[in-house]
Design a protein around this ligand. Structure first.
Ligand code: SAM
Length: 218
């Protein structure tokens, strides 16, 4: 059983990771502080532990990954998280991204399609003090019973922007979502300016695992 210890070595590794993220262009100090504070090594089993602070994605089982820290920092920066924001995350995975959002003061609702990952992460996050609301199901359809959301972050690659998710965004709300084909996606930020007017901004390309489900890949 892995001990959940955060040593001065881990803290030093996190400082180095933050330095790397700054160097790669992440400027949002609140995001950098959340990465600096939150122990990513808690999400790694002993075989991969020494890689926890590399700026890389790693397998978490079930064919899924914990996202690269740069990707987490980039998406979170675009989301402009403020304390008290009600945030929907699609694709809980390991729970690392949810922990970063929680650390920034967001009220997080996170949904995962894969039952094994959902159960594992739902049980694990409270053990490390992360209190978020977990749901199991098809996040491409959002979470109508909890809508509207100030922010929506999709952490899997979608073929198109799910219309249902846009409906569940509050007026003035932001959605950050990678959209493209199964191998490469462009990061988009959508701002709901009025019920009918959506501002779309395009950013860099990334490689996410596919968003499955009704408004994802079939
Ligand atoms: N945010 C995660 C983290 O911090 O570890 C990384 C997410 S991983 C790149 C993508 C996740 O999206 C996978 O766990 C996958 O099972 C999940 N997923 C794919 N399609 C989904 C859907 N329709 N609804 C909810 N989760 C979905």
């Amino acid at each position: 059983m892995l001990k959940l210890e955060d040593s001065y070595i881990h803290k030093g590794q996190r400082r180095n990771l933050v330095h790397t993220l700054r160097h790669k262009g992440i400027k949002d100090e609140a995001v950098l502080e959340a990465v600096n504070t939150f122990p990513r090594h808690f999400f790694f089993d002993s075989a991969l532990l020494s890689h926890a602070y590399e700026d890389k994605a790693f397998p978490i089982g079930e064919g899924q990954t914990i996202s690269q820290p740069y990707t987490v920092a980039f998406q979170t920066s675009l989301l402009q998280v403020k304390p008290g924001d009600k945030v929907l995350e699609i694709g809980t995975g390991s729970g690392y991204q949810a922990g970063i959002l929680y650390g920034m003061g967001a009220k997080v609702h996170t949904i995962e399609f894969n039952k094994v990952l959902y159960e594992r992460t739902r049980k694990f996050l409270p053990k490390i003090g992360i209190r978020v609301s977990h749901y199991c199901g098809d996040g491409s359809k959002g979470l109508p019973e909890q809508a509207p959301f100030d922010k929506i972050i999709v952490t899997a690659g979608a073929p198109a922007v799910p219309k249902t998710l846009l409906k569940q965004l509050a007026l003035g709300g932001l959605m950050v979502i990678p959209v493209g084909d199964r191998s490469t996606q462009q990061m988009l930020r959508l701002t709901k300016q009025t019920e009918k007017k959506i501002l779309k901004e395009n950013f860099d390309n990334f490689a996410f695992v596919p968003l499955l489900g009704e408004e994802g890949w079939q």
